[in-house]
Design a protein around this ligand. Structure first.
Ligand code: UPG
Length: 478
């Protein structure tokens, strides 16, 4: 129990990567501003400058929210350089336990609950040791959660799904097609597969599971997760849909107008497609070239955040990384088609590495988003009423793309060529044109945007607001 006047104190733990840090920050802000919880966000250190600027923006603006970077941990003795990024992240999180223990123990009013993201469930033993409530925060869909939890208990079913290329039947949920399955299911027998299976199992040990979705978005899947009989009692903890939690626009840290936003200011309303593959997505060189041609042939206005192809693909990466934001400089010529920049100069902007996405998607000039379907990008698109071209790359992104196209029908999905290895320029041209005039998708996305706003509304006591209020009550009673 808490002394009178003392707010419950929750610790949130963010794993490395903007895709996890952003939703954890937004969850923290909401707990403080809507539910009067005192929040400390612990961030497992990464060295990205963007992460730093994001973190620096918060403490000054919201009281009762503190952000504490944890020192970087050396996991080189526990993972191989060739191990999958998921294995490395999980190891980093587990080996952060001593740092987190010291940080929590040194606090005058220690937190009584620990909320971790997808990669942080290995830290739950610390919550048990310190007598804290423990919550898992799924920063992607309920469908992912159901698949991961079910898959962790049904290894035979996963093996059949992969071996026979037949759908994985997750009880009560849309079946997962082989082509859309989770990356780690393609790695049966590898360490990353075992690690991922453990995460699915650890999720079920939480006192509660928060998901960045909402009832109207994934009602059927949420019902399935709550159906203990169908899920064979796998998910005993309450599941709380608390989304859509997205970065506000303009982001709090924005102080100066950005080149891309200034460029958008000069374009007609609803005339630009935004193209980006998230915080880490890259395309092989040949695909990058094909995308450039597709954009050019479409004749549409575009803002394209370009990242260098994977290093093994092309040795221009090192040069590219040194470019500043908004530069249209020479090194692009290393892999964009000859003359592309000059031919598209009057209607396209190429931004190296990073752009203020939340602001771009909220801009009236933008009416389409070609996206890798990372869940934050997806939510940012939906909450701005922007239909998508779904171009998933890795992790659970194909699952997200299937949800957006087959079920919600707010996105169109390109088909690969007959060899299945590449999306050709003609297909890109066609879909880019299509999404810019996609009236039906636009209507549906507008409906989802509205339902998301209602879900979060405090005044209307929306479903996501009420779910988080329930979590806040549990923190209060603990
Ligand atoms: N972002 C920018 N500018 C950029 C690129 C990204 O602001 O130039 C922001 C973007 O607005 C978003 C975040 O960075 O808020 C990226 O998040 P997301 O779209 O989810 O992509 P990833 O960083 O790839 O996210 C990881 C996984 C993804 C998963 C997500 C949430 O790759 O598959 O859905 O985490 O768990």
């Amino acid at each position: 129990m808490h002394a009178a006047g003392n707010r419950p104190h929750a610790a949130l733990l963010a794993s490395p990567g903007m895709g996890h840090l952003i939703p954890v920050l937004e969850l923290g802000k909401r707990l403080v501003t809507h539910h009067d919880i005192h929040v400390t966000i612990f961030v497992v250190a990464t060295d990205a400058a963007t992460t730093d600027s994001l973190l620096k923006s918060c403490p000054a603006t919201i009281t009762n929210l503190s952000i504490v970077p944890l020192p970087a941990v050396d996991v080189s003795g526990h993972v191989e350089p060739s191990d999958h990024i998921v294995t490395k992240l999980l190891a980093m999180m587990r080996h952060s336990i001593p740092n987190l223990r010291s940080a929590i123990s040194a606090m005058p009013t220690p937190p009584t609950a620990l909320v971790v993201d997808i990669f942080g469930t290995g830290v739950f033993p610390l919550a048990d040791e310190l007598g804290m409530l423990k919550y898992a925060f799924d920063t992607t869909t309920a469908w992912f959660l159901a698949t991961a939890v079910y898959g962790s208990s049904a290894e035979d079913a996963v093996a059949r799904h992969i071996g026979s290329k037949t759908p994985l039947e997750v009880p009560g949920c849309r079946p997962v097609r082989f082509d859309d399955t989770l990356d780690s299911y393609h790695a049966i027998g590898d360490r990353v597969y075992r690690d991922f299976q453990r995460v699915g199992a650890e999720f079920t040990t939480a006192d509660g599971i928060l998901v960045n979705t909402w009832e109207e978005m994934e009602g059927k899947t949420l019902d399935a997760l709550r159906d203990r009989k169908a899920m064979k009692d796998l998910v005993r903890a309450p599941v709380y849909p608390v989304g859509p939690l997205v970065r506000p626009s303009p982001p709090l840290e924005t102080t100066e107008p950005n080149d891309a936003v200034l460029w958008l200011d000069q374009q007609p309303d609803r005339s630009v497609i935004y193209v980006s593959f998230g915080s880490g997505g890259t395309l092989p060189l040949a695909q990058l070239v094909e995308l450039a041609w597709g954009l050019e042939l479409s004749g549409q206005r575009f803002v394209w955040v370009v990242r260098p192809p994977p290093v093994e693909d092309d040795d221009v990466s090192a040069t590219f990384f040194s470019l500043g934001n908004g530069s249209q400089g020479g090194p692009h010529h290393g892999y964009l088609p000859e003359g592309f920049l000059s031919r598209t100069r009057d209607r396209g902007l190429v931004v190296p590495m990073w752009a203020p996405q939340a602001e771009i998607l909220a801009h009236p000039a933008v009416s389409g988003f070609l996206s890798h379907c990372g869940w934050n990008s997806t939510l940012e698109s939906i909450t701005n009423g922007v239909p998508m071209v779904a171009w998933p790359l890795y992790a659970e992104q194909k699952l997200n793309a299937a949800l957006l196209t087959d079920e919600l029908q707010v996105a169109v999905r390109p088909e690969s060529d007959s060899a299945g290895s590449m999306v050709r320029r003609e297909e890109i041209e066609k879909l880019v044109r299509r999404v810019m005039v996609a009236e039906e998708e636009e209507e549906r996305v507008a409906g989802l945007k509205e339902s998301g706003e209602r879900a979060l509304s405090r005044k209307l006591k929306g479903s996501s607001y009420s779910a988080l209020a329930q979590v806040a009550r549990e923190l209060e009673l603990n």
